[in-house]
Design a protein. Structure first.
Length: 75
């Protein structure tokens, strides 16, 4: 196998590793591992990239903040 093939194999393997470990971080609507009690805050904004209304959720146990898309309310 030549050097070019080894480079291609290395890039593919690195891509797979990044995809496996990075998948949970970037997918939407994920469940939290901490399981704590998340509370919605009064902070709502429109995400400039997607145009969706987002609400800030707060976990008082850990101090973490999370941004979740607001569900459309049926009219």
């Amino acid at each position: 196998m030549g050097i070019v093939q080894w480079v291609v194999v290395a890039v593919v393997v690195i891509g797979i590793v990044i995809a496996v470990f990075g998948w949970d971080r970037y997918r939407g609507n994920r469940k939290t591992a901490s399981g704590g009690t998340w509370q919605p805050t009064g902070e709502v904004f429109v995400d400039p990239a997607s145009g969706q209304r987002m609400r800030v959720w707060y976990n008082p146990t850990t101090g973490q903040r999370e941004y979740r898309a607001e569900q459309e309310k049926p009219q």
